[in-house]
Design a binder for this molecule. Sequence first.
Ligand code: HEM
Length: 301
Amino acid sequence: MIFELDLVRNIFIRDGREGINDNSDDMSKVVQKLKRIGKILELINQQVGVLETMTALDFLEFRNVLLPASGFQSKQFRLIEAKMGLKMEQRYKTEYYKHTRRGSLSEADLLEVNQAEGERTLKELIIEWLERMPFFDEEYWKDYKRTTQADSDERHKFWVDYRNAYQNSLSENEAGRLKEFDKVFFEEGRGDIPPAAMRAALFITIYRNLPIFQMPFELLNTLSEIDELLSNWRYRHFLMVRRMIGLRVGTGGTSGAGYLEGTVGQHYAFREITEVATFLIERSKRPNLPNTLKERVSFNL
Ligand code: HEM
């Protein structure tokens, strides 16, 4: 997984020149490598079931022999998280990383993880890629037929229409979502992702049927899938741990099952991308894109 992650990151950072080459097979390579990571995760999820055929009493027979080893020491696991984009301050119970004690990460390993965090993470590269989406240049929108009049010209006419359609899709008890829409796509962004990149992710998701967006959509979808599969592993591992050692503390010095359950809720790299679904509307309610743009983003043989 680390190898594939580095490979994908290097495609985005090739030759010091930023960005993916849209006229090459870069994008399909990225998607293919990420899908491979997904397959590995599927496999390790299945392994948990095999281990669970051992009973808690069986495990106790040799638990002492494992001391002071712990999964918490896994440098590779931390590197995967860091290279994907999870930062130290976003981790559950960061204090567990502050001291290097028995069963915890060694000082040298911690240093390496910090270094990986400081390099360009997959998440940062994806954000930059999303931010450079050029489809809102005026030249593509001259023949756009707007459906809503804007209060001001601050926002692109497409987004004024989309916001209106989104508002109409909200039920009474969801009315507050409109404020959230403004915040996410025009003011603050969401989590680590700035508004322009969030807009690009939403645009790709809504119009994923257009040829030029098929691969980008596949990429975003695969990122969500990886996050979900890693989260599945965390959850299955947590359930297994509770079954094996109940509420006893871990050999790595954490609270054990309680700590692991906390990581399931918090350790995601691409949560914002997955949650774009909050802001979707039905296909039939989408604004009609102008022909100039449609031609630009379709195969024109
Ligand atoms: C009976 C089997 C297992 C038990 C009882 C167990 C227990 C634990 C506990 C209690 C922790 C929390 C850290 C600590 O305080 O030690 C932990 C973390 C971890 N374990 Fe296991 N584990 C088991 C099997 C496995 C297996 C098979 C793997 C890998 C294939 C694994 C990988 C990890 C990793 C990567 C962490 C760090 C998770 C995180 O901090 O997010 N564990 N384990």
